[in-house]
Write a protein that binds this ligand. Structure first.
Ligand code: R5P
Length: 299
């Protein structure tokens, strides 16, 4: 196993879970931003490259591509891309004429660079698998995140999906916790702004557990929170989201909300510091998945 710079902590945790040591790997960055990775000999090895593609997204993608290529050229028998946070998965279809199909482009270049298998955590879309011709394995952080909130759930809570895309996740969490579900109708107006006014389901006088795959600028959570509060929800909001990107104005937006806590996994390194942010390790889930995949190679 080797790790890109953003995947180092996760890889150490995964390697620990597997009882191995990560292999040496260095990524040098030139003053112009160009990257040059270097790995050791990998002749005949089944190699797992751990590299989330979180912000800065474009350079993280390039770093992953170069690492895959370096492993392939160093003799690896098989190279798997372990991408805890898979960027561009929101571009799984063209919203309007003239756009690119971003998820497909990233899938193509990962394969071209040498990925023979891909392991991702809670991708934004289940359509991601269909973008690749190599096998894609998906694991989830949701049970890990739920463990963190289950013991501290306010009485009379409701699970809220902040948009239609999160409705299935909200259903899963609602049945797991045996509580009701509501869905906010959201429209994205730009990369940084969203609008919503409607809630389907009863949130009046209930504490709120918002669930989503990711927190990026916080616009979705902010808007959903304001809408449920306007519909009578208690100012007691918890958030469960796999990927905590916290970019742009996210912290200022979220600081202004009545948050009990925001629980995220470490699928990208969480460098921001707030008392209401709680981070859970995804390493045990990845270690279990890799152990299964590696076993499948040997049999
Ligand atoms: C969108 O469909 C996703 O599931 C998230 O709701 C969204 O990407 C979060 O982004 P932001 O925090 O910028 O609203």
């Amino acid at each position: 196993m080797i790790a890109g710079r953003a995947g180092a902590t996760t890889a150490t945790g995964v390697a620990h879970g597997l009882g191995i040591e990560p292999a040496p790997c260095a990524v040098e960055e030139f003053p112009d931003g160009e990257l040059r990775p270097r790995v050791g000999s990998m002749i005949g090895d089944d190699v797992y490259v751990v590299a989330p593609t979180g912000p800065p997204t474009s350079s993280a993608v390039v770093e992953l591509l170069l690492l895959l290529d370096a492993c392939r050229r160093s003799g690896a028998a098989r190279v798997s891309a372990v991408v805890p946070y898979f960027a561009y998965a929101r571009q799984d279809r063209r919203g309007s004429a003239g756009e690119a199909l971003g998820a497909r482009v990233i899938a193509d270049v990962l394969e071209a660079a040498g990925a023979q298998r891909v392991l991702v955590v809670d991708p934004h879309t289940t359509a991601l698998e269909a973008m690749f011709s190599v096998p894609v394995e998906t694991v989830t952080a949701v049970p890990t995140l739920l463990d963190a909130v289950a013991g501290d759930l306010a009485t009379q809570s409701v699970v809220v999906a902040p948009d239609l895309g999160a409705a299935k996740l909200a259903q899963r969490v609602g049945s797991r916790l045996s509580i009701g579900v509501a869905v906010v109708r959201k429209t994205r107006t730009s990369g940084r702004t969203v609008e919503a006014t409607e809630v389907v389901g009863d949130v009046a006088d209930r504490a709120v557990l918002l669930v989503d795959d990711m927190v990026s600028t916080g616009a979705t959570l902010e808007t959903a929170t304001r809408v449920v509060l306007a519909h009578g929800a208690r100012p007691d909001v918890s958030v469960l989201a796999t990927h905590g990107l916290f970019v742009g104005d996210a912290l200022a937006r979220l600081d202004a909300l009545p948050l009990r806590r925001v629980v995220v996994a470490d699928t990208v390194p969480v460098t921001v510091d707030r008392s209401w942010i709680s981070v859970r390790s995804i390493a045990p889930v990845l270690a279990e998945a890799i152990s299964r995949l590696h076993g499948a190679v040997r049999t």
